[in-house]
Ligand binder design. Structure first.
Ligand code: MG
Length: 325
């Protein structure tokens, strides 16, 4: 966006005027007893418990402004947090959003983030809204979301409940977001730098679109919980890495079928936010889940009965090279 198109930067408007522009775009939460505007919000907890999670997105390791629109960023920030709630079997009720941005940021960027938050809540967790937040200044655009969820009377689904004999099943795609990122790194770059025009032309590719604004199977988390899932998580760091987390927490091994997984990228690609769950064998699975393996005695991850030790997936400390782009 050029300066001529902007109707002000955060530095020109100041915090109060910027917030006045953003507030009307934020989604209201059904569970909201008191929304933004006071020192803190008040949120109902109908179940008597809150499920709480937080996830932070930093320009550089987590997104590139040349590739992601502000709307993408708001959408993805909501989707990733709602996915963590879903992985516990909870339904999102409220988000608190803290954003730090350079003073030179056009207020339209914040409005776009707010629009993305609103549309993701509406599409993925109707009734969930933004109940509060904070705005601060930083050289690096940072979006931190804390999400609250309600278990609606169900038992939470932990990572530690998988039992030998359970089936391993997944809802959602495998390796989709990683394939999109690979395309962006290959074709969305000019002279080695992420390029907005190149990325815009790639958005028609559903793999790229999913990487920039993922649509995880949020509604399937509570469905899996109601169907008796014994363990569950959302696949943020790749199937191999995350399957090992269930195995480790449960004191078992997960044996996955290479044919059911499909490809190496499906095994190690991160950011799909699909739901990986274990269910007692011989019981019908929710329709969106497909079986990809079984829980067996032992430790770690097996593929077709053979230990799979490749790390793969995403580790922010090991895998980010410090470039901002
Ligand atoms: Mg998670």
């Amino acid at each position: 966006m050029t300066a001529a198109e902007s109707t002000g930067t955060l530095g020109e408007l100041g915090e109060s005027a910027a917030l006045a522009r953003i507030f009307p775009r934020l989604p209201a939460a059904f569970a909201q007893l008191l929304g933004p505007g006071d020192d803190a919000a008040i949120l109902a907890a109908p179940d008597g418990r809150f499920v709480v999670t937080t996830d932070m997105m930093i320009h550089g390791p987590d997104f590139r402004l040349a590739w992601s629109t502000p709307h993408d960023l708001g959408w993805k920030a909501a989707a990733t947090n709602l996915s963590d709630l879903a992985a516990m079997g909870a339904v999102g009720t409220g988000l608190v959003v803290a954003i730090a941005a350079p003073a030179s940021t056009p207020v339209e960027v914040l409005e776009g983030i707010a629009d993305g938050l609103r549309e993701a809540c509406s599409a993925l967790a109707p009734g969930c809204g933004v109940v509060g937040g904070d705005l601060s200044v930083s050289a690096t655009l940072t979006i931190a979301v804390t999400a609250f969820g309600d278990l609606e009377g169900r038992a939470p689904v932990l990572r530690s409940g998988a039992r030998v004999g359970d089936v391993v099943a997944v809802s959602g795609g495998l390796g989709v977001a990683a394939a999109g990122l690979r395309i962006l790194f290959r074709d969305g770059v000019v002279d080695g730098e992420p390029d907005a025009a190149a990325a815009a032309a790639l958005r028609r590719d559903p793999l790229v679109a999913f990487q920039l604004a993922p649509v995880p199977p949020i509604a399937d988390g509570p469905v899996a919980a109601a169907a008796g899932a014994t363990a569950m998580l959302d696949l943020s760091d790749g199937l191999a890495r995350d399957a090992r987390r269930i195995a480790s927490a449960s004191g078992v091994a997960l044996d996955l079928s290479a044919a059911a997984i499909g490809s190496h990228e499906a095994l190690v690609g991160g950011e799909d936010h699909s739901l990986l769950a274990t269910f007692p064998a011989g019981r019908g699975l929710p329709p969106s889940f497909r079986v990809i393996g079984s829980v067996v005695p032992g430790t770690g991850l097996l593929v077709d009965g053979v230990a799979f030790d490749e790390l793969g997936g995403w580790d922010p400390y090991a895998d980010w090279n410090g470039g901002v782009g």
